[in-house]
Structures are given as structure tokens and as C-alpha cells.
Design a protein. Structure first.
Length: 220
């Protein structure tokens, strides 16, 4: 069966959940402009799985109309389904929609869902907005280690060297994956203090951490 705008539109209007999910997947095969138009219908679907599948494509199709995408994704930050909220946050960062920073910040402080908090902190690195520094600093104290790890990574992506002393205590964190992510961030941040921490991590008891630290030091 040939996949085209009409066939996808027909599936999107089906009462069958499987049809609608298949339609969202088929949007990937259409010309981006057409795909973006059809995606908007799926983003308002009554089923959370359809909405999630649709918003997960916004990072690639949203560039067709950034102003409209901003409005759509802002509204999806209020979706009743946490997974949809998290995917909307991901797309806002991928599309570099800086105007949504305050929306993301407010949602972080008001959400009780770890997946939403994690996605917001992870996407702030991709967003690259300097205003995110204080929120990322705050997220370092999260009780959720995945959120902590995301904050370490995003502080590296943000590139503010003031993050180095904030990250230094994680040199002795018992979770080697956090130490590994720390090495990657310090490599991006650079500077004498980062180099000193990396020299310590080059002797880490976990080979993967030590190897990554030595590789990072070769860039200094």
C-alpha cells in the first residue's frame, strides 16, 4: 500500500488505536512540511501513546514552523501524561526554543514526576541558555541520581567554567557512571581546575573512568 498524506490522514481519524499509532509512524516517510501538518492532529489525540509518539517527532519536524512549534510544545508541557511532558521538554531543547526557558523552569519546580524533571535538566544542556545555570546548580542536589547525572552533563554543555567547583565533589561519588559523566563535562569546560580534577580521575579504580580521564587530559 502506498503511503501518502491522504492514507495517513485516514488512519489518524480511525477509531482503532493501532491505526492511529501506525499513522504517526508513517508520518516519518512523508515530506517534512506535510508531515508537520499531519502531526498536529496526532498531538491532540485522546490517547497518550499517540500523543507521545507524535511529540517525539517534533525535534525533527518542528523546524518547519518554530513559532507554531513553540506554542504547541508549551501547551504539551501541561499534558496530563508525564511522558508527553518529558518528550515536549526534549523537543524544546532540540529546537533551541529559548523562549520556553521559563516554562521549563517552572515545570521543574512544580512537577513531582522524576521523568519530567530528568528531561528538563537534560534538555537545558542542549538548549544552551545561560539562564539555566542556577537551575542546573539546584538540580545537582536532587535525590534522584539520574537527575543529578543529567545536571552534571548539562553543566558541561552549558560551558560556564563556574560549574567546575560545583562539580568537584563528585570526584569521589560512589557511582562510577557519575564520575564518568563528570570527566566528560570537565573535558568540555576546561581550565586549570578541571585539569587538576581530571588528573585525579585518571587514577580512578574503574578502568572506564580512568581511561576517559586520560583521554580528556590529552586535549589540554
Amino acid at each position: 500500500m502506498t503511503i501518502n498524506a491522504e492514507s495517513v490522514k485516514e488512519l489518524l481519524s480511525s477509531e482503532d488505536l493501532g491505526d492511529r499509532l501506525r499513522a504517526v509512524n508513517q508520518i516519518r516517510q512523508l515530506e517534512p512540511g506535510i508531515g508537520f501538518e499531519l502531526l498536529q492532529s496526532a498531538l491532540g489525540d485522546r490517547n497518550a501513546r499517540v500523543r507521545y509518539s507524535a511529540v517525539s517527532q517534533m525535534d525533527t519536524l518542528g523546524g518547519q514552523n518554530l513559532d507554531l512549534s513553540l506554542n504547541i510544545l508549551r501547551s504539551l508541557l501541561n499534558d496530563p501524561e508525564p511522558d508527553v511532558q518529558a518528550a515536549a521538554a526534549d523537543s524544546l531543547g532540540a529546537l533551541k526554543l529559548h523562549a520556553a526557558f521559563e516554562d521549563l523552569q517552572n515545570l521543574y519546580h512544580h512537577s513531582n514526576e522524576w521523568i519530567v524533571k530528568f528531561s528538563i535538566i537534560a534538555t537545558l544542556g542542549a538548549l544552551g541558555d545561560p539562564r539555566a545555570f542556577e537551575l542546573l546548580k539546584y538540580a545537582l542536589s536532587s535525590e534522584n541520581e539520574l537527575v543529578q547525572t543529567a545536571a552534571i552533563s548539562s553543566l558541561g554543555e552549558l560551558g560556564n567554567i563556574e560549574a567546575v567547583p560545583l562539580l568537584a565533589p563528585y570526584t569521589t561519588n560512589p557511582d562510577w557512571q557519575i564520575r564518568y559523566r563528570l570527566v566528560q563535562s570537565l573535558n568540555v569546560l576546561g581550565g586549570a581546575d578541571a585539569k587538576s580534577i581530571l588528573e585525579t580521575l585518571a587514577n580512578d579504580q574503574v578502568e572506564a573512568v580512568a581511561t576517559e580521564a586520560k583521554r580528556a587530559l590529552s586535549n589540554f
